[in-house]
Write a protein that binds this ligand. Structure first.
Ligand code: CUO
Length: 681
């Protein structure tokens, strides 16, 4: 809605609202104020010419839109192109109006979000959180209908109705996997995943720097974080889903709807078996599970032979020791494994492994569409992470990348060290306590009633429960040499991992390697002598605290500082790990973790950015920077993406702490204690 200050009714006077919207919108553009797009109401407007948007119109409204499906990506490209052709906000307005009621709702929001990110002149436009646009993707259908009933019962002068959802999420304690439901069903994690695939799309004509490598790294980091929380609640780390000939023990029943017409997602019984795909509702050819195995085998051959083969039979070597512009092997592999797309080196040969895995798993309950059931949540980037099988599938995908990474030359002392700098001490401080961090629960309110899938004309809020922690500060002391060879600037890299494995035993370097979660990465101007760095947890390079609600957008238009980056880049910055999930849960009795801090020379890490690159650096570690190159020349995950040279570890059971013999690396034991209490923000 074009609202600023005063809320307008969703239903009834929709046409007036929309007329209002665009005149307000254009005025605000000229004033460089933020804008909220109306997303919920279909009003008049002429249709696009019939020959346009045939693909986009072929996806029925109210059904699944999946960017894992090639035909849907092509439909998205068609609609994105149509919006991108708009040369002004006025023209975009017309085009949005034309297609709003004609195309699938999810596709519509995807394309609108895409154009707002991609067109510099559109970046003032804003969309609220995806949670508020599609509440039914985040809140169970029973809660949505309860909210609708409450809204009907309320009197006109009652401004809002709040319904709490959680913390008992989608199953019971009978299932061990339920213990991490708070993590899988977290609105911020799912919203981040939706945004990530929006800013790193496939087949949409977008070439983003190191996309394939970031596909590997961002998903590997999500797995590391999931495993940290699994260990927190006494579960084993995720097992990869590598054998599709045996049933999947854990089912999933999402209890969400695809839209407010009551279309439900497909669900999966315990012990379901992946089947050959024979559905005809997505324009996909019949597809056998054995094809996944064949593609996997070809990709493994490429890794072990050291090269990919393109369409013409030419070999492209796979190595991470490259000089730009040659792409790292992990970058090529990421693109090849992710999807049958224009950026895959040879999609006919290496296939569509990752994407088709999402598809066949999400069709497991109705592989031939005999029951006319929708796909499951694994088909949508906004919901896939709710399902336990997501992590098993991605562990399998990550295993391919790790197969490649472990055969890369180990890092040498020279690559890892910076002898002119010593990390003297590392600590975290929170609430007056040193190296003791506290987690608990918090709630956040979202306005469900202005989304696309809600039947109420009164404002209705939904209160979502989520894990949270008390903010903390890293206190890092560096001793820099007083010599002339001192780097001017250094990169500080902070990681965290559990200290003990499932059996309560300290882990070797190789066992712990994939559990290191990046916490922060930033630069520091080095001065000779002692440097004391204080860095807030809220500044983390992986997190995003810029996700706005409708009300935030109304109440905080920031008119005094219209050009502020947080305004202009809001939509891009919607990508990023949620701040409230920066820490794992930990245990009630306290759980030991290790912090790893490494300082490297910024001169070797820096990347020459093109002129006019944006300064938006929110969540740069996971999301890159808009219109710019990924801001770190090292391989993603450095230094844990590869093994170190054996002589750096105290063999045969070398630990990460062995690396602290290098002056620029230090570690610190910390404890995370889960309080089960409310944490006020
Ligand atoms: Cu993000 Cu499989 O790539 O979900």
């Amino acid at each position: 809605l074009p609202t600023q200050g005063k809320r307008q009714p969703r239903n009834g006077k929709a046409a007036d609202v929309d007329v209002n919207l665009f005149s307000t919108l254009e005025k605000r553009i000229s004033e460089s104020h933020p804008i909220v797009f109306e997303v919920g109401t279909r009003v008049g407007g002429s249709e696009p010419p019939p020959q346009r948007l045939t693909l986009a119109r072929s996806i029925p409204r109210g059904t699944v839109f999946s960017i894992f499906v090639k035909s849907h990506r092509l439909a998205a490209k068609e609609l994105c192109d149509y919006f991108m052709e708009a040369s002004s906000v006025q023209e975009l307005r017309q085009r949005v109006e034309e297609v709003r009621g004609l195309v699938n709702e999810k596709l519509f929001i995807f394309a609108l979000s895409f154009v707002i990110i991609r067109k510099p002149e559109m970046r003032h436009l804003r969309l609220p959180s995806i949670v508020e646009i599609f509440p039914c993707m985040f809140v169970p259908v029973t809660t949505v209908s309860e909210m609708e009933q409450e809204a009907r019962k309320s009197t006109p002068d009652q401004e809002i109705v709040v319904t709490e959802y959680g913390p008992e999420f989608s199953s019971t304690h009978l299932k061990p996997e339920h213990r991490v439901a708070y993590w899988r069903e977290d609105y911020g994690i799912n919203s981040h995943h939706w945004h990530w695939h929006l800013v790193y799309p496939v087949d949409l004509g977008v070439m983003r720097d190191r996309k394939g490598e970031l596909f590997f790294y961002m998903h590997q980091q999500m797995l590391a974080r999931y495993d940290m929380d699994r260990l927190s609640v006494g579960l084993n780390r995720v097992q990869k889903l590598s054998n599709w000939r045996i049933p999947i023990p854990d089912g999933y029943f999402p209890k969400l709807t695809i839209n407010n017409a009551g279309q439900t997602w497909g669900s999966r019984q315990d012990n379901s078996l992946v089947q050959d795909y024979r559905r005809e509702d997505f324009g996909l050819l019949p597809f056998d599970v054995s094809e996944l195995e064949q593609w996997h085998s070809r990709i493994m051959d490429a890794i072990h032979q050291g090269y990919l083969v393109d369409h013409d039979g030419n070999q492209t070597r796979l190595t991470d020791n490259v000089k730009p512009p040659e792409k790292r092997g992990i970058d090529l592999l990421g693109d090849t494994v992710e999807a049958d797309s224009s950026i895959s080196l040879n999609s006919l040969f290496y296939g569509d492994l990752h994407n088709m895995g999402h598809v066949v798993i999400s069709a497991i309950h109705d592989p031939d569409y005999a029951h006319r059931e929708n796909l499951g949540v694994m088909s949508d980037t906004a919901t896939a992470m709710r399902d336990p099988v997501f992590y098993r599938w991605h562990k399998y995908i990550d295993d391919i990348f790790q197969e490649y990474k472990v055969i890369q030359p180990p890092y040498t002392t020279e690559e890892l060290s910076l002898s002119s700098v010593e990390v003297v001490s590392v600590a975290v401080e929170s609430q007056g306590q040193k190296n003791q961090l506290i987690t608990g629960w918090s709630t956040r309110d979202f306005e469900a009633s202005r989304g696309l899938d809600f039947n109420a004309d009164k404002p209705v809020m939904v209160r979502l429960t989520h894990l949270n922690h008390h903010p903390f500060v890293y206190s890092i002391k560096l001793q820099a040499a007083n010599s002339g060879s001192l780097p001017k600037e250094v990169t500080v890299r902070i990681f965290m991992a559990p200290k003990l494995n499932e059996r309560g035993v300290e882990m070797s370097f190789m066992e712990q390697r994939l559990l290191w979660a990046e916490m922060d990465r930033f630069t520091h101007d080095l001065k000779p002598g002692l440097n004391h760095i204080l860095r807030s947890s809220t500044s983390s390079s992986i997190t995003n605290s810029n996700e706005f609600t409708f009300r935030d957008l109304e109440e905080r238009p920031n008119p005094d500082n219209p050009g502020a980056p947080e305004n202009t880049l809001f939509n891009f910055c919607g990508c990023g790990w949620p701040q409230h999930m920066l820490l794992p849960r930990g245990k009630q009795e306290g759980m030991p973790f290790e912090l790893f801090v490494m300082v490297t020379d910024w001169n070797q890490d820096k990347v020459a950015q093109p002129d006019g690159a944006c300064s938006c650096s929110a969540a740069a570690s996971f999301c890159g920077i808009l219109d710019a190159l990924y801001p770190d020349a090292r391989p993603m995950g450095f230094p844990f993406d590869r093994r170190p040279m054996p002589m750096l570890l105290n063999r045969p059971v070398g630990r990460a702490s062995d690396l602290t013999r290098l002056s620029n690396i230090a570690m610190q034991d910390i404890t995370i204690t889960f309080t089960n209490a409310q944490i006020t923000q």
